[in-house]
Design a protein around this ligand. Structure first.
Ligand code: SF4
Length: 215
C-alpha cells in the first residue's frame, strides 16, 4: 500500500501513539489528534508515573546487549514518528519494549503501536522479529511476534489515520464498554454522540438520575 501524500507531495506524519488510539477508538483518535483534547484519568496518571524511568533517555550495555531508553524513531516511507520506551539491540536485531500500565490484552491496541515502532526499526536496517509489551500491572513482559500481517495492519491504520486527520471529521462515538475506561468520556459525551439516538437538545441540559451515571 502506497501512503497518500498531500497535494505538494509531502507525507503527513502520524504519531506512533495514534496507532494505539485508532485501534481503541476512531473517535478518540480524532479528539486527540484533530481537536487536541486530552483528559487525565487515574489510569493515565498511573501511566505517566510508571513511564518516568523509561522516559529518561539513557543507554546501558551488558553482555552483548545494548539497551536504549526513550529512543526517537521514524519511517520516511510510511510517515510515522514517535519514541520507543525501550529498544534492546543485539547485533543487527532490535527488540522494542513498550510499557503499558494496565494488563496486557493479546492482539490489542498496544500491539499495533509496538508494530509501528518495529516498522521504523526495520526501515533503519535492523531485524525485528519480536517485541514486548511490558505490563506494569502484571510486572511482566508479553512477547509479540512482529508478523507481516501485523505490519500490514500498521500500514493500513496509518493510512486510515492520515485520512481522518485530513478530513477533520469526528467519527460517531462507539458508546460501548470501552467508553467506561476512556479518559475523554466527558469531552466525547458518547451517550449523545453515538448517532444512534436523536434527543431534543434540551435533554443535554437535564441531569439524569444519579443511578444512571457510569462511574
Ligand atoms: S468515550 Fe468512547 S466513543 Fe468517546 S472517545 Fe472514548 S472510547 Fe471513543
Amino acid at each position: 500500500m502506497t501512503p497518500t501524500t498531500d497535494g505538494d507531495g509531502t507525507l503527513a506524519e502520524i504519531p506512533l501513539s495514534a496507532l494505539e488510539h485508532y485501534a481503541y477508538c476512531h473517535r478518540q483518535t480524532a479528539l486527540i489528534h484533530v481537536e487536541g483534547i486530552w483528559g487525565d484519568s487515574a489510569q493515565t496518571v498511573r501511566g505517566d508515573l510508571s513511564h518516568r524511568q523509561v522516559d529518561l533517555p539513557g543507554l546501558t550495555r551488558r553482555a552483548g546487549l545494548t539497551t536504549i531508553r526513550s529512543l526517537p524513531v521514524g519511517s520516511a516511507v510510511y510517515g510515522l514518528r514517535g519514541i520507543c520506551d525501550v529498544v534492546e539491540f543485539a547485533g543487527t536485531t532490535a527488540t522494542p519494549v513498550e510499557y503499558k500500565v494496565g494488563r496486557y490484552q493479546p492482539d490489542g491496541p498496544a500491539d499495533l503501536q509496538l508494530a509501528g515502532q518495529a516498522l521504523c526499526l526495520l526501515e533503519a536496517g535492523f531485524d525485528v522479529p519480536l517485541g514486548y509489551i511490558y505490563s506494569v500491572a502484571e510486572r511482566r513482559r508479553h512477547p509479540v511476534t512482529i508478523s507481516p500481517d501485523l505490519l500490514h495492519r500498521v500500514v493500513q491504520a496509518a493510512e486510515a489515520i492520515r485520512g481522518l486527520l485530513a478530513s477533520q471529521h469526528l467519527p460517531a462515538a462507539r458508546n460501548d464498554t470501552r467508553c467506561r475506561k476512556c479518559s475523554l468520556r466527558d469531552d466525547c459525551l458518547p451517550d449523545v454522540t453515538d448517532g444512534r439516538q436523536t434527543r431534543p437538545a434540551a435533554d443535554l441540559f437535564t441531569p439524569r438520575p444519579l443511578g444512571q451515571w457510569r462511574d
